[in-house]
Write a protein that binds this ligand. Structure first.
Ligand code: SF4
Length: 312
């Protein structure tokens, strides 16, 4: 059976698992290309106007491979951590796809709870039985996929640059280089290092969110806020860049929480949608780096007592 995997949304986080599992149950995998202009245009054409950019891009990936596969993985992700939820758009993704894109092959619609191995196993069994009737094969595929995912290290933590910024936002905005217009490379060219939330220990993130009046309801919000607050309070970064999808409700809340926590610390929010122009994007990044450099120079000229070292 040919099984399609659209390279969008949480693909960047969980692709080792899904690739391994499908291969081990004997599927032939069809993965869409890296996001490109054609995929974006197809996504914009088929998705509802109100959808955020990552959802439109996901639609484009689906369109690009729908005629090549017998079954398409369109995960209905409900939750990735206990007592937390994920954006409702993930929960309704199969309906969005079915209603927006004509001529779809069979798609996976089973709700996926990644908060426990038992829930994940149940999902894998149901998907596995769409491809093979061999339970032993499904079970060994599941075990192998778990091991491969467990060994997968995600995230960026650059060393050696004079300036380091936390790069925060949803994984699909951070790791899809078409969506973010090659932001990490751009920062490297400016001599700026990057650290992402994966390099903040889970316990430290928990401590930060526990200090809030109310714990964030969504996993994405927890991760971004917790990482920002921890890296800021431990003085590990010179600034924060947040990549935000236009019209994303979760982002609006997280951005305000972060602003409230860090005060006037350098913070750049880059809003992206299909209209975002690269020239304006570059100008904002350059201005932000310039501001951090000037701030660091001024700080370097101030003594521990708050006096200018050149005047005293
Ligand atoms: S969390 Fe925001 S960016 Fe992600 S799918 Fe939901 S609305 Fe879109």
């Amino acid at each position: 059976m040919k099984v399609g995997i659209p390279k969008g949304l949480l693909y960047y986080k969980y692709y080792p698992f899904i690739h391994t599992f499908l291969e081990e149950v004997g599927a032939e995998i069809i993965v869409s290309d890296d996001t490109n202009k054609r995929i974006l245009n197809e996504g914009v054409k088929y998705a509802v106007d109100e959808a955020c950019l990552p959802m439109k891009v996901f639609h484009g990936h689906v369109v690009s491979i729908k005629d090549k596969c017998d079954l398409m993985i369109v995960p209905r992700i409900m939750c990735i951590r206990d007592r937390e939820y994920i954006c409702p758009k993930f929960c309704g993704l199969p309906e969005m796809i079915k209603n927006s894109i004509p001529g779809m092959p069979k798609i996976t619609e089973i709700p996926l709870y990644i908060n426990s191995e038992k829930n994940l196993y149940n999902w894998c069994r149901k998907i596995g039985f769409m491809i093979t009737s061999n339970l032993y094969m499904v079970d060994t595929a599941y075990i192998k996929a778990l091991a491969v995912q467990g060994n997968f290290k995600m995230g960026i933590n650059d060393e050696g640059q004079n300036i380091k910024v936390a790069l925060l936002g949803h994984p699909y905005n951070i790791y899809d280089n078409f969506i973010n217009m090659g932001l990490v490379d751009k920062l490297h060219k400016f001599g700026v290092g990057v650290i992402t939330e994966e390099f903040v220990p889970e316990d430290d993130i928990d401590k930060e969110v526990d200090n809030l009046f109310k714990r964030p309801f969504w996993s994405f919000a927890r991760n971004s806020y917790g990482a920002a607050a921890n890296l800021f309070s431990k003085n590990k970064i010179d600034g924060i860049i947040y990549i935000s999808s236009f019209a994303c409700g979760i982002d609006s809340v997280v951005i305000e929480l972060i602003k409230h926590r860090i005060g006037d610390f350098p913070f750049l929010v880059l809003k992206i949608d299909e209209q975002t122009g690269e020239a304006g994007f570059n100008t904002r990044i350059e201005a932000f780096v310039d501001m951090i450099e000037r701030g660091n120079k001024i700080e370097g000229n101030i003594s521990a007592h708050g006096e200018c070292v050149h005047c005293s």
